[in-house]
Design a protein around this ligand. Structure first.
Ligand SMILES: [Zn+2]
Length: 212
């Protein structure tokens, strides 16, 4: 019976994992379609800009970019921002993010970019944003107490999270230092082995000469 239980448990787990993965793929596909659509819209705007510029040129007129192309340019800016957001969501699904400096795809938990070495700033806990919204929100007098209570809870949670992160940082640093020491020890060991080997070789060479 226990055996059957184990099997069904495993099957459920496998099912869940597959569902999770399928969900992610579906989400990614949706995001990609949306990004493709936005890119098309941007291309159309490029075309409109090009047409305007050509027409002005054909009429031998100067084009005032600020005045005549502002609308298209603003639209492109907005669409680009939207694409950027979608891309972020896409990367998030794969537990990745972009380097803040060179925009290379890196792991979400990377503290330094493996491509350019730039240090990555930490994301603030999502509670920070919620707290800000809450503080700005107007509530009725009778709800004021409740609001303060929730604010306090959020503040505690943020503090807790930041402390956890600090601890993790310290631990990472210690690990890195430990690794450095370990490597140093190994290097010294290897070097002394080489020295020993060379000495022995020298000795045996001399012995060989004596034999001759
Ligand atoms: Zn980088």
């Amino acid at each position: 019976m226990e055996f059957l239980d184990k099997i069904s448990k495993k099957a459920t787990q496998a099912c869940k994992a597959t569902a999770d993965k399928t969900g992610k793929i579906a989400k990614e596909t949706k995001l990609k379609l949306k990004m493709g659509d936005l890119k098309c819209q941007i291309n159309e705007l490029y075309e409109q800009i090009g047409k305007k510029v050509y027409e002005q040129h054909a009429r031998e007129q100067e084009i005032d970019i600020k005045k005549e192309l502002e609308e298209e340019c603003t639209k492109i800016d907005v669409l680009s921002d939207e694409i950027e957001q979608l891309l972020k969501q896409c990367l998030e699904l794969k537990n990745k993010k972009q380097c803040e400096s060179c925009h290379y795809q890196i792991e979400k938990e990377d503290r330094f970019c493996p491509n350019c070495g730039a240090k990555q700033t930490k994301e603030q806990p999502k509670e920070v944003e919620i707290l800000q919204d809450l503080r700005e929100a107007d509530v009725k007098e009778e709800k004021e107490e409740e609001k303060q209570f929730v604010e306090q809870k959020l503040e505690d949670k943020i503090e807790e999270k930041l402390e956890d992160e600090e601890q993790q940082d310290r631990k990472n640093q210690e690990d890195e230092e430990g690794e450095y020491e370990e490597n140093l020890k190994k290097t010294v060991e290897i070097e002394s082995n080489i020295e020993e080997y060379e000495e022995e070789n020298d000795n045996s060479n001399e012995e060989n000469k004596e034999d001759e």
